[in-house]
Design a protein around this ligand. Structure first.
Ligand code: SF4
Length: 528
């Protein structure tokens, strides 16, 4: 099958330095989602085509690779490739994948490199025993599990690969191997050993299984389709195939779906079950047409903007959002402040994922490729610019310069979440702490660095209220430093090492892109 991304794999381009790479997914100034998962049990239905549609609806959660595993009662067939869902599957491929059940996956790598081997679903098979696994999230105890299991270095290449290996080992020890009872027993044995974030879909020849970790960091919902059941990271994946939402899978719940219907297990210790859905699903990651904790994500984002307007009003002529995710909050801000809402930036939706820029000047145009100002709307205007978050600040800084070049008289930046100060270890790629602008600068220094007239962030209290999910549990670790699942020292040390490397990279880029002197940049980025 065609592999559009592989020839551009960084590992195969040794003559290209890291800094020459302009990767529009990775260099983007927003946190990155880890993955989307989908599962369907629907005998008699075109499960591969339905999985394709479901994955298409989850494409925003990962664009590096896509795959599916289809079971027909006698065998399990896995197809996975690097690239977008539409690159990986075509009519011919899908028409060869007939069966009663399927699971699917779209991937953005946060552990394990972006290679074909790490594309998912991960497959394990010995004789008549086989299964496939798709994972959204990140384990934080992979090191311990690897050592405890006595695995040789290189046996597994990602936390998902490790889970599959542990499950296969547990299955092989069961006398009733090959039965659904054996699979259930293996899950009961392995799942409580995992620590961190994991929303999983699994399939063998006759059943699909959904798993949500005891904190429910990543979403997973259950839907009903004529004669079948569906699992998906987000509700729009159910909408597109005509399924209706039954409910969210509970934190710590395992759902097994087979010809007997749908049943639940609760293999985790009840004291560990503590709902902590990632708050950034509401802020940025999830699609606006998703429902989380029974709340509309779009309406939550509009409320964030309304609360920002109450919290940080300003005299201005126009409120605009940074496309796409800043727009609902901008609408809310405009409505509450009675300032005109308009569009000031156009986003190119068709930009490719990666290209190699041979010069600094070309690399600097990367932001311009994504966002272009609408000069007629901006010229001479006092702007309120609403965005969902600032992670590294590089894109925001370039965007502000674009707006000023287009004639903006004032730029007042409003962010619909609190300062992002701590790295995520639960499946979001935000980089090391040194890369996080708010970890190193005060709000006033950030304002100065971004060159905006005023800057305000939504408070955590307001953000939690804006979700509408009163009393629901959230992870807020990247905003508060309070990690619901403790992070092993080895991970924080790795992050610190990355910090040293990233800091030098950041400094190098900032000196050329922003025009700051080396001394200024060092002062700004060294304030820890
Ligand atoms: Fe989400 Fe932040 Fe928690 Fe990561 S640390 S799961 S991004 S809230």
């Amino acid at each position: 099958m065609r592999d559009p991304d592989r020839p551009r794999d960084k590992t195969k381009l040794s003559h290209v330095s890291e800094s020459q790479y302009v990767d529009n997914q990775h260099s983007d100034d927003t946190p990155k989602e880890a993955c989307g998962v989908f599962g369907i049990y629907a005998p008699g239905q075109p499960v591969a085509h339905l999985t394709y549609l479901g994955l298409y609806a989850l494409q925003h959660r990962g664009q590096e690779s896509a795959g599916m595993a289809v079971g027909d009662g006698d065998s399990l067939t896995v197809v996975k490739e690097m690239g977008l869902v539409s690159n990986v599957f075509d009519d011919r491929t899908l028409s060869t994948l007939s069966g009663d059940l399927a699971i699917g996956h779209t991937r953005y790598s946060t552990t394990g490199s972006s290679t074909w081997r790490n594309a998912q679903p991960v497959y394990r098979g010995i004789d008549h025993v086989e299964f496939a696994l798709g994972h959204n999230g990140n384990l934080v105890n992979t090191e311990t599990l690897t050592v405890e299991s006595g695995m040789l270095p290189g046996t597994v290449t990602s936390d998902t690969d490790l889970m599959a290996e542990l499950l296969m080992s547990a299955l092989l020890e069961r006398p009733e191997i090959g039965s659904s009872e054996a699979f259930e027993a293996a899950l009961r044995e392995v799942l409580p050993r995992l620590s961190g974030a994991f929303s999983l879909v699994l399939a063998d020849r006759t059943q699909i299984i959904g798993v949500r970790d005891p904190n429910g960091f990543r979403p997973l919902c259950l839907g009903r389709l004529d004669g079948g059941w569906v699992l998906a990271s987000e509700t729009p994946a159910l909408d597109v195939i005509g399924a209706h939402v039954v409910r969210e899978i509970e934190p710590g719940e395992v759902v097994i779906i087979d010809r007997n219907g749908c049943r639940s297990l609760h293999p985790f210790d009840t004291v560990d079950v503590d709902p902590r859905l990632c708050l950034f699903e509401f802020v940025y990651f999830a699609r606006p047409d998703s429902n989380l904790y029974g709340q509309s994500v779009h309406h939550a984002r509009v409320r964030m903007g309304e609360m920002l307007a109450d919290q940080a009003p300003v005299d201005a002529d126009l409120v605009m959002g940074v496309p796409e995710s800043g727009i609902p909050a901008a609408e809310g801000y405009a409505r509450r402040s009675a300032i005109d809402f308009g569009h000031g930036l156009v986003k190119n939706r068709y930009i490719g994922r990666t290209f190699i820029a041979p010069t600094q000047a070309l690399r600097s145009t990367a932001v311009r490729m994504k966002l272009n100002p609408l000069r007629d709307s901006i010229d001479g205007q006092r702007l309120v610019v609403v965005d969902d978050s600032i992670v590294r600040g590089t894109t925001t800084r370039s965007m502000v310069r674009m707006l000023r070049d287009a004639g903006a008289k004032e730029v007042h930046l409003r962010i619909s979440s609190p300062p992002y100060r701590w790295p995520c270890f639960y499946g979001m790629d935000t980089g090391a702490k040194a890369e996080l602008l708010a970890a190193n600068l005060t709000v006033d220094e950030i304002r100065e660095y971004l060159d905006v007239d005023t800057l305000s962030y939504l408070t955590l209290d307001h953000l939690l209220k804006a979700t509408g999910a009163v009393g629901a549990g959230f992870c807020t670790a990247c905003l508060t430093g309070e990690y619901p699942v403790s992070i092993p020292q080895i991970l924080t040390e790795q992050s610190r090492k990355m910090q040293a490397i990233d800091q030098s990279v950041t400094l190098g880029l900032e000196q050329t892109q922003s025009g700051l002197s080396a001394a200024e940049a060092t002062r700004l980025f060294n304030r820890t």
